[in-house]
Design a protein around this ligand. Sequence first.
Ligand SMILES: Cc1cc2nc3c(=O)[nH]c(=O)nc-3n(C[C@H](O)[C@H](O)[C@H](O)COP(=O)(O)OP(=O)(O)OC[C@H]3O[C@@H](n4cnc5c(N)ncnc54)[C@H](O)[C@@H]3O)c2cc1C
Length: 487
Amino acid sequence: MASIETDYLIVGAGTSGLAFADALIAESDAEVTVVDRRPAPGGHWLDAYPFVRLHSPSAYYGVDSLPLGEDRIDTDRENAGYYERASGQEVRAYFAEVASRLAETGRVSLLYEHEHLGQGADGERVRAMRTGTLKDVVVRRRVVDARYLEASVPSTHTPSFEVASVAKVAPVNELPAAADSVSSYTVLGSGKTAVDACTWLLDNGIEPDRIRWVRPRDAWFHDRAHFQPLDQVGQIIEGIALDVEAGAEATGLDDMFERLEASGRLSRIDPSRPATMYRGTMLSARELEAVRQIEDVVRLGRVRRVEADRIVLERGEVDTRPDVLHVDCTALGLRSTSATPVFQPGRIVLQQLRYNSPPANAALIAFVEAHRDDDVDRNRLCPPNPYASSVEDWPRMMSRSWRTEREWLGEPDVSAWLAGSRLNLVSALPAHAAEPAVRSALERYLTNVGPAIERLEQLDDSTTKVAATVEPARPYPEPAARPPVHG
Ligand SMILES: Cc1cc2nc3c(=O)[nH]c(=O)nc-3n(C[C@H](O)[C@H](O)[C@H](O)COP(=O)(O)OP(=O)(O)OC[C@H]3O[C@@H](n4cnc5c(N)ncnc54)[C@H](O)[C@@H]3O)c2cc1C
C-alpha cells in the first residue's frame, strides 16, 4: 500500500480547504496534503449552474494571497454601481490558479479524485478513485475537515421529491439548454438559486406570467448595497449599524425583523407575506424588483411529487402540464450542521465563526492554528457558529459573531492579520473612517453593539442550547445535520 507523510491532511479542496491551506502556508512552515473527490479544485463551484455568480463581491472572496478580479465597479445591469462579482467560470479559473501557486511552493500536494475514507490502521486512509488504490497518510499534526460544511447543489443532490416518468423536471444547470423546448416554467425552491433561475428567465425575455414559483418558505434577503467593500466600505458599516440598532431596541423577534425591514437592511419579495427563512443571501434592488413581477406563487409547503398533470405538495396540490419545465432549485446550498469544536485532538473542523464570511473564517482558523499553543485558547478565539436557516437562528448567529469579533479585537496579532487580509470585508475601514458618514455609522455601531449582544442573547432561546450542543470532540465527527430545510 502506498504511503504519504504530511503535517496536515486537508479533506476538501473547496473554498474553505484552499483558504485554510493558503493561510497556513503563509503563517507556518507546515507541509500540507489536500485531497478531494472532485477532479479539480473549487468544490461546489465545479458543479454550479452556467449562469451562477458570486452573490457577494469578488473583492473579499477566495484565498488571502491572491486577488479575485480587479475590484471593478460594474456599470450596467443588476449589479450597476457595485463591485464586480465573479462568474462560476471565473471562480473555477481562480481556484485552478490558487492550486497551482500552492503546488509551486513545494509544500503543498493536491490529490484530486481522492476520497478520504477516515482513519485506517496505519494513518488516515485515502482511496484513489480511478484505480481504487488505497493510500495511508501519516499525519504529523492534524487532519483538517474542510468538508464539514460541504455545499449541496442542484446538479449533484438527490431531490427530496418524487418525479413521475412523464414529468419534465431538470436541475437548474439544464435550464438554458431546456428553456426553448417548453411553454412555461415552474421554479421549485425559495433561496438564491431559485431567484437566479427566475432572473435568468426574465433576462431572457420570458414573460412573468409564464413563470410559476413554488416557494415552500418566504425568505429575507440582504440588500447587496450593504456588502460593498473598499471605497464603499461605509455601506458595510452602515449595514452593521442597522443590525445592532435593531438588535438593541427589539422587543421580540418579529419586532426586530420589522425594524430591519423598515431600515432597508433586509427585504422580502412579497412584503405582505411573513418570511421565515434567512440564509444570509443578498440581492440588489434591481434583482428584487425583477422577481417581484412573478405573481403566480405557490405556498403549499415542500414538493412531494411532480406528476404529468399535478404537483403534490405538503399542504395541497396544483395543476401542471407535461410541457411545463419544473426547475429544481431545492438543494440546501449551505449545509446546516451542528456546532462541534473547531480544534480537537489531531483534528480541525472548519466552520463558520463570523457570519457571511466563509473564506475569511477558514483563513483565520489557519492563522490561529499557527500562532496559538493550546486548543483551549484556539477554541476561545474560534467558537463555531452554525449557518442560519430561519429567522429564529438570527439572534444566536449575530450575537455570536459580534462577541467573537470582540475577542479578535482584543488580540493584537489577530486584529493585525484581519486588518491586512483581503478576505476581511471591512479591511478598508481605516482609510475611510474619517469620512463623516462612515464615522457616524461606526459610532452608532459602537454605541449599540453591547446592548444588541445582550438583547439578542435574551431573544435567542437557543443561545444556551447552542453552547450546550457544541458536540464534544470526536475522532472523526460526521456532519451532524440539523433538520433539512429547502434553499
Ligand atoms: C451557488 C452558491 C453561491 C455562493 N456564493 C457565495 C458568495 O458569493 N460569497 C460567499 O461568501 N459564499 C458563497 N457561497 C457559500 C459557499 O458555500 C462558500 O463560499 C464556499 O464555496 C463553500 O466552500 P467549502 O469548501 O466549505 O465547501 P465545498 O465547495 O462544498 O467543498 C467541499 C469539498 O469537499 C470534498 N469532499 C467531501 N467529502 C470528501 C471526502 N471524504 N474525501 C475527499 N473530498 C471530500 C467535496 O468533493 C468538495 O469539493 C455560495 C454557495 C453556493 C451554493
